[in-house]
Design a protein around this ligand. Sequence first.
Ligand SMILES: Cc1ncc(COP(=O)(O)O)c(C=O)c1O
Ligand SMILES: N[C@@H](CCOP(=O)(O)O)C(=O)O
Length: 484
Amino acid sequence: MKYISTRGHAGQPTNPEFCDILLGGLAPDGGLYLPESYPCVTRAELDAWRTLPYAELAFEILSKFITDIPAADLRAICAKTYTAEVYCHARAGDRAADITPVHWLEPGRLGLLELSNGPTLAFKDMAMQLLGNLFEYVLAKRGESINILGATSGDTGSAAEYAMRGKQGVRVFMLSPHGKMSAFQRAQMYSLQDENIFNIAVTGMFDDAQDIVKAVSNDHAFKAGHKIGAVNSINWARVAAQVVYYFKGYFAATSSNDQEVAFCVPSGNFGNICAGHIARQMGLPVAKLLLATNENDVLDEFFRTGVYRPRKAAETHVTSSPSMDISKASNFERFVFDLVGRDPQKVAALWAEVDAGRAFDLSASAEFARIAEFGFLSGASSHADRLATIRKVFEQYGVMIDTHTADGVKVAWELAGAVPAGVPLLVLETALPVKFSETIVEALGREPERPADLAGIEALPQRVEVMAPDVDAIKRFITERVRG
Ligand SMILES: Cc1ncc(COP(=O)(O)O)c(C=O)c1O
Ligand SMILES: N[C@@H](CCOP(=O)(O)O)C(=O)O
């Protein structure tokens, strides 16, 4: 499988393969990597995959995207990654082996696809654990090392650090928005004392941190000289790994491949739902993809109006679903590439506007007129909605959900009428409630359950550098740590 850039210049070698882009992260023209074409899944394959355990399903799907790792090695990497021991926080402990079990709220109609049973209690672990093992494998084969520069609004950071801590040849520099994450999220990241982990809290929003990651990656000399890699969903490997659970969820919610499923996805950087879009393009029978935002509703606005208007930091709200406090969604570029007929010149022109801090308007375009073909619908949620949804789900079903999943359930209820009758609707559970206990207490007047392995982490000593969102200062910080 060869990869191309959304902006047309995929770099050297021309149209690289998976292992190159795994280490490369962002394409050299500032665009994002995508496969030359999406692999199609046949009906026979769907039939054969229906009962596969998660690790084997992951191997089958990933081997369509990863053709430069021998099959036996990729199978072993998947088997090592997707185990009940790693994804041990399932609601029903005896279902941990399913890795992403469905918890039905209304059997056959409305369910939660549990994606947050990994070590850091958010869906990021689903891909990040795989990335850790892939990096280790490829770096050892090539005798290379990597310095990962990432941006987090709260969950990518801890998932990456847990996946990479202590790994040979890997350092992680993680930028987070100072003072904007929950106490639990801060403790998860900043309490790690591993020598290869560096936490930097930038005095800005997530978007400022993500802009720094892109600016550093676009300095080609610095990137090459310091072996800079990416773990955000700008790295295609993250998105590819996330495609797998859409298939797993589909099989769990249906009894035959003649049926369809709809998914509702709490969204910020558009990585999770982008994987759902790709699963649908591959031929998974997905009736609808419902996108849910919080008060930072830039994506909802686009799907309703055709206008994409990234907000400035001052217009970005600090909310009680903080991991979705994002106003410039990086993976949205991958979707727009498909929407405009995979025309890199059009994408480059649109993102020249975005990079200059401006909006773009596709509302009158022929492309936006075809948007319904992609199956997207959208909605937004507020703090009051979140509290009401957490309460209602707890009272009606006895299930405690986190604030981001609550945004998803709120929008799922709102848009359920647009899902064809008889089609099950799965809301992706993107984090566990303990990560956001402040809001859970506000909604329910009680503390969420806490897994024993994460007891008392807020009391541990923390290690973090507070810095201005200054690209040159961050580069200097990295250079000093890399030189030692
Ligand atoms: C808990 C949680 N829910 C939802 C999201 C949104 O996912 P995405 O950025 O892939 O759209 C994030 C972060 O990205 C998250 O951490
Ligand atoms: N919500 C994310 C933001 C980064 O998203 P990513 O999927 O692009 O890594 C976070 O929790 O950090």
